[in-house]
Design a protein around this ligand. Structure first.
Ligand SMILES: [Zn+2]
Length: 328
């Protein structure tokens, strides 16, 4: 499901910000703090488990494969050794499983061959980008949440204060150092992503890589420590394309845990008419009127971000409707 397919109830903000994406999973953030919670869920006989390893999930027929958690836990441990387990929450709508099904994430160190260790023979290890356009909304939410938390576990195995290997608590949402008792929580890196609009209403898009490449998108960059979101917008746009932002407005966000980003969408205005790409992060920048952008896409002259990304939602927010893609 694409970012733009979600629709919130009508309210006074709906004309100015992006539609709110409703949560698909009840994460049970209080429930998961209880001691032994994860063991209890796994042994309840009701929980299903998804399997993710090295950023790929096991998928069957464009659906996340979900196995019975209890037997799978045993067989995966026997086949692949220590297993990271995380409580993802309860599904809030029917999918391949009924609503309110508790879902656990198992992360073997390496992808285990389908057909072994309780895994389906017709499963394939698949990355998010390769399947996202065909996944249902529950599966998308599970894949994104699982990616975010497993990326954090993979890169935060030791205490940052003393270097001791940390243990996992709270259903997989806290790591604790056994030596100094410090607690460590999952990290998210904020990044701003921006439509820059000129005084004539045209949109500035840019791209990296070869100067003759066809792909154009919104400009984006990470927020630095000690910086507000608005300051990051002004700095990044100035650095990347030499354009001075005069005002900016927050429009909406999207989790993008590849590996750990939270994309914060803005629209910004400028009085500058000329863009000067830095030649490093941005090698091409171009202004488009609405008609020019649609025509360039349909002519195959440029490509813009897919509907998976908040970039497309931001561009269509500026456009005022759906931009037609060139049909293959
Ligand atoms: Zn420590």
């Amino acid at each position: 499901m694409s970012f733009t397919e979600f629709r919130a109830p009508a309210n006074h903000l709906i004309d100015t910000v992006l539609p709110v994406r409703a949560a698909m999973i009840d994460r049970g953030s209080a429930e998961r703090m209880k001691s032994g919670m994860l063991d209890h869920v796994i042994s309840s006989g009701k929980a299903k488990a998804m399997v993710l390893s090295q950023r790929q999930a096991l998928v069957v027929d464009d659906t996340l494969w979900l196995g019975d958690a209890e037997p799978l836990f045993e067989t995966l441990q026997a086949a692949g050794g220590p297993l990271t387990a995380v409580y993802l929450g309860r599904t809030l709508a029917p999918s391949s499983v009924p609503a309110q099904t508790p879902i656990v994430l198992f992360v073997p160190r390496e992808p285990i061959a389908p057909g072994t260790a309780g895994l389906p023979a017709d499963g394939t290890w698949t990355g998010f980008r390769d399947i996202a356009a065909r996944l249902g909304s529950i599966d998308t939410a599970l894949f994104v949440e699982a990616s975010a938390i497993s990326n954090w576990h993979a890169t935060h195995t030791h205490c940052p204060q003393c270097g001791t290997p940390t243990g996992i608590e709270a259903g997989g949402w806290v790591r604790r150092c056994p030596r100094d008792n410090s607690e460590h929580y999952p990290r998210t890196d904020p990044a701003i992503i921006v439509t820059v609009v000129g005084s004539d209403g045209r949109l500035l898009l840019g791209g990296g890589g070869p100067v003759d490449a066809k792909n154009y998108s919104t400009l984006a960059g990470f927020v630095e420590p000690g910086e507000s979101l608005e300051q990051a917008v002004v700095r990044e746009i100035g650095e990347e394309v030499g354009v001075r932002v005069t005002a900016c407005q927050y429009l909406g966000s999207q989790s993008w845990p590849f590996p750990a980003s939270l994309m914060l969408g803005f629209t910004a205005t400028t009085d500058d008419a000329e863009a000067r790409p830095d030649g490093v992060e941005v090698t091409r920048a171009r202004w488009f009127s609405r008609a020019e952008l649609q025509a360039a896409v349909l002519a195959g002259e440029i490509t813009i971000s897919t509907r998976l990304s908040i970039a497309r939602s931001l561009i269509e927010h500026w456009y005022g409707g759906v931009i037609e893609d060139l049909q293959p």
